[in-house]
Design a binder for this molecule. Structure first.
Ligand code: ZN
Ligand code: ZN
Length: 65
């Protein structure tokens, strides 16, 4: 299973995301929110928990799988 690693294109910082509850590496997907915008989120396949992608330098961090 791949761990989602987010990388900031501006400063190069990277973050690994993992569910604190299950210790499961989070997966990445896009969802459509109420106003019709698409946002990248990380979700846990075990508990269905979901967080918005982390931000750095004022932008969403991009994700490499
Ligand atoms: Zn940054
Ligand atoms: Zn979880």
């Amino acid at each position: 299973m791949n761990t989602v690693t987010y990388t900031c294109e501006k400063c190069g910082m990277s973050v690994k995301s993992q569910c604190a509850k299950c210790d499961t590496p989070l997966k990445n997907k896009s969802i459509t929110i109420d106003n019709g915008d698409q946002v990248q989120v990380s979700y846990c396949p075990d508990c269905d928990g979901m967080i918005k992608s982390p931000m750095c330098c004022g932008d969403d961090m991009s994700c490499e799988i």
